[in-house]
Design a binder for this molecule. Structure first.
Ligand SMILES: NC(=O)c1ccc[n+]([C@@H]2O[C@H](COP(=O)([O-])OP(=O)(O)OC[C@H]3O[C@@H](n4cnc5c(N)ncnc54)[C@H](OP(=O)(O)O)[C@@H]3O)[C@@H](O)[C@H]2O)c1
Length: 317
């Protein structure tokens, strides 16, 4: 198939591009920031420069493809881009361009567990609104709602590793018992490709996660064990953490955690334990034994992460 991948240069997008190429598809990549195409396999991908906020760039990118995999989203607001601009309107623009192109027979859209029409959670609401654009498009679709992603270059575990390297006492928001079901980005990429190829999955919205449900506290312990560090933990009340984070957001370019991420902590972030087996017929890899990449986060990296400068060396895998 000829497939357009939006968000192709992102953490998940790079894995999806590789998976699609390995399975014999021809890939067209929508590249947002000029130069980031260097992160894609050289010579194997057709690059279209564009933005989900520029419908004319999407028309050109969608022209002549059989399917669109839509991965663009932001979880951090910036001056130029709100959740509404990118996650809702941007998705609506991609859907409109896919329909107008005429030949698109399948849309695969990656959303997130917890997406809901709830104005108190702007990120999740914008992701829900993006889903609605896909559901109402009239184009056959599959929506995947993953839990937390892990893999070389991830933000969550690398940030935790940075904090564990540098801080003798690591902050925990509230009880730390909130559950996640992390799934490897490579495994989600495989699910995306299978969703594209299997018409039986058309019209479905599928929540997926890895083989284990794990609390924030247990994740922190696993990271510390992997780095061979022993750390104390300080349980901070949510209001105090909110205050700290609001201050960090004023002074740091990329704080290790944002107000929006704090809002998401209490939201249920788990799927069925066998969600991937049921929908896609394979067993996803566990966290344990697959996060050695965090060992490359040294003390200097940890300091930069804690001060709000995620090193691109760590992100761009
Ligand atoms: N990471 C997770 O733990 C996680 C968990 C659940 C769901 N998801 C979902 O998975 C999908 C992929 O996430 P990710 O972690 O791979 O994110 P990511 O690494 O931040 O990648 C986002 C991609 O979107 C591109 N992009 C941003 N704004 C754009 C715009 N206006 N026009 C066109 N492209 C734009 C980025 O390009 P530039 O860098 O050049 O701007 C980048 O290629 C998202 O839909 C996300 O909601 C992620």
């Amino acid at each position: 198939m000829d497939v357009l991948v939006t968000g192709a240069t992102g953490f998940l997008g790079r894995r999806v591009v590789r998976e699609l190429l390995d399975r014999g598809h021809r890939v067209r990549a929508l590249v947002h920031t000029p130069g980031r195409e260097a992160l894609l396999p050289p010579g194997s991908v057709t690059v279209h420069q564009g933005s989900v906020s520029q419908p004319e760039s999407l028309a050109a990118a969608c022209w002549g493809v059989d399917a669109v995999v839509h991965l663009v989203a932001i979880i951090r607001r910036s001056k130029g881009a709100s959740f509404d601009d990118v996650n809702r309107q941007g998705t609506a623009n991609v859907v409109a361009a896919a329909k107008a192109a005429g030949g698109v027979q399948k849309l695969v859209h990656v959303s997130v567990i917890g997406a809901a029409d709830n104005p108190a959670l702007p990120y999740l609401q914008s992701k829900w609104q993006g889903e609605q654009a896909v559901v109402n498009s009239g184009v056959p679709y599959t929506i995947l709602r993953p839990s937390l992603l892990f893999g070389e270059g991830d933000e969550f575990l690398n940030t935790l590793a940075g904090l564990v390297r540098v801080l003798p006492v690591v902050p925990v928001v509230g009880s730390g018992r909130n559950q996640f079901q992390p799934i490897a980005a490579e495994d989600l990429a495989k699910c995306v490709a299978l969703a594209l190829e299997r018409p039986a999955l058309n019209g479905q919205t599928i929540e997926i996660g890895g083989p284990q449900q794990i609390s924030y506290l247990e994740l922190l312990r696993l990271v510390a064990r992997t780095l061979e560090k022993r750390r104390w933990r300080a349980h901070l009340p949510v209001w105090l953490m909110r205050l700290n984070v609001a201050l960090l957001e004023k002074v740091q370019p990329r704080p290790p955690v944002t107000t929006e991420q704090l809002r998401l902590l209490p939201v249920r972030n788990v799927a069925l334990l066998d969600s991937v087996e049921r929908a896609f017929g394979f067993t996803p890899r566990p966290l344990e034994g697959n996060i050695d990449y965090i060992r490359s986060v040294g003390f200097g990296d940890g300091l930069r992460i804690t001060l709000g400068f995620m090193p691109s060396r760590i992100r761009d895998h």
